[in-house]
Design a protein around this ligand. Sequence first.
Ligand code: BEZ
Length: 237
Amino acid sequence: MENLEQEVVSMPRIGDPAPEFKAVTTQGDINFPSDYKGKWAILFSHPADFTPVCTSEFMTFAHLEDKFNEANCELIGLSIDGLYSHIAWLRTIKEKIEYKGMKDIEVTFPLIEDIKMDVAKKYGMIQPNEDSTKAVRAVFFVDPKGIIRAIIYYPLSLGRNFDELYRALIAMQAADEFGVATPADWRPGDDVIIGPAGSCGTAKDRMEDSEIDCKDWFFCTKKLDKDTVLDKVLKKK
Ligand code: BEZ
């Protein structure tokens, strides 16, 4: 019976158009995803301002922002705190917090105020069995056409791995640019996976192609030079 009373929230999925919203942020109003057309966007939520794990994450995101921007990707944060709390927290981070060699960190990407949880509910960021009054640590990767391409959720106690967020972004861009897939733990410079025979050549063509390494008919890789990947991905901006 209790379940029947629970509010229905939407959980966007990979491949869905990113749900649209207008929001007030620390950098002015935004229209998502239309303001980000032609760019990748990482929309991420955090549980609350003035909390330690979130502070470590915001400092790390701000520290890495240029790197994400160079890969044609903009960052947008969200919590269900208000604008003045966001402003005070970001000012405290800049003025007082030194962490892992990072200090004087200014967060210049937008942080959405979402007191009514409108955006958080649209994006399935409120997961009541974890916490009904805070957003979990959600990460939505939205591509330049406004399509959700990857989603990662973390619980409140677990700070995100920023190497993985950046790795996932570059891997998805490489997959789009070169029509390949990327294997476990792939990083630029590692071999990539090519599609099944028929999509580009027969199985026999492949076995005879010295640039293709087929471990079996269903598992073929080829080299993709690190500079080729990075030139294409980082110069697309
Ligand atoms: C934190 O960011 O430290 C945090 C926030 C909410 C719950 C637990 C930890």
